[in-house]
Design a binder for this molecule. Structure first.
Ligand SMILES: C[S@@+](CC[C@H](N)C(=O)[O-])C[C@H]1O[C@@H](n2cnc3c(N)ncnc32)[C@H](O)[C@@H]1O
Length: 211
């Protein structure tokens, strides 16, 4: 796995990224941080891949929801999987970066009309890495969300679970400030029901489906 970082760096035209950075130096404060520190975020993506043991298998279909610049998508592909991302934010250089990283990202907004895009089929792994929101604007219980954020969150997760292949994994990395809230939910069993079990590790919530 240590060599993955160099595999990823070696495979990328770093001068093209440098040129892109020079062309778009002021892309906005939040995105700019990840944009400038992309090496650190590739390392984070590698850590996430290690957590999911993606270095011990090949050929899995992976969907990264809220994939940002697509670093995790790139890492998965380098490891021999078939990954694609979903992202709704329009950033002018994102398409150029996708070309340089040779990754596929669908422009899609996760919302009440469509949680995941139609026509993509099912996946072995769906990841929400710091997707960061149980908020599904316009969702069925959006108005009540402040009293009960669990409802739209579990509704969203359920829709995603329906798109997993048997044995699939939904890997949601949540922010620490949501951890207390999620850990005290007693509805997890109802959410996964007879589909499988729920394991909470560190700041990961992994919902596994039975084979
Ligand atoms: C905190 S960033 C995390 C990016 C990446 N997963 C990572 O771990 O570095 C969350 C991303 O989710 C995207 N996002 C937020 N809400 C979304 C929605 N409703 N549909 C699609 N993408 C969304 C944002 O544009 C942003 O790029």
């Amino acid at each position: 796995m240590n060599s993955v970082y160099s595999m990823i760096m070696d495979g990328v035209d770093v001068s093209a990224i440098t040129a892109l950075r020079q062309k778009h130096p002021n892309a906005g404060p939040k995105s700019f941080l990840k944009w400038c520190n992309w090496e650190r975020h590739v390392e984070q993506a590698i850590a996430n891949a290690r957590y999911l043991k993606l270095n011990e298998s090949k050929g899995k279909r992976i969907l990264d929801v809220g994939c940002g610049f697509g670093y995790f998508v790139r890492v998965c592909n380098v490891l021999g999987h078939h990954a694609e991302g979903i992202e709704d934010t329009k950033i002018p250089y994102r398409e150029d970066l996708q070309r340089i990283l040779d990754i596929r990202i669908h422009r899609h907004r996760v919302g009440v009309d469509s949680v995941l895009p139609d026509g993509l089929g099912n996946f072995d792994i769906i990841t929400l890495h710091s997707f960061g929101t149980p908020i599904v604007p316009g969702g069925p219980d959006y108005a009540a969300m402040r009293q009960d954020p669990w409802t739209p969150y579990s509704w969203m997760l359920n829709k995603m679970l329906c798109r997993l292949n048997p044995g699939g994994i939904l890997d949601d990395i949540v922010h620490f400030d949501r951890m207390d809230w999620l850990c005290c939910q007693d509805q997890w069993d109802a959410l996964v029901g007879d589909r499988g079990n729920t394991t909470i590790h560190c700041n990961h919530i992994t919902v596994r489906l039975h084979e």
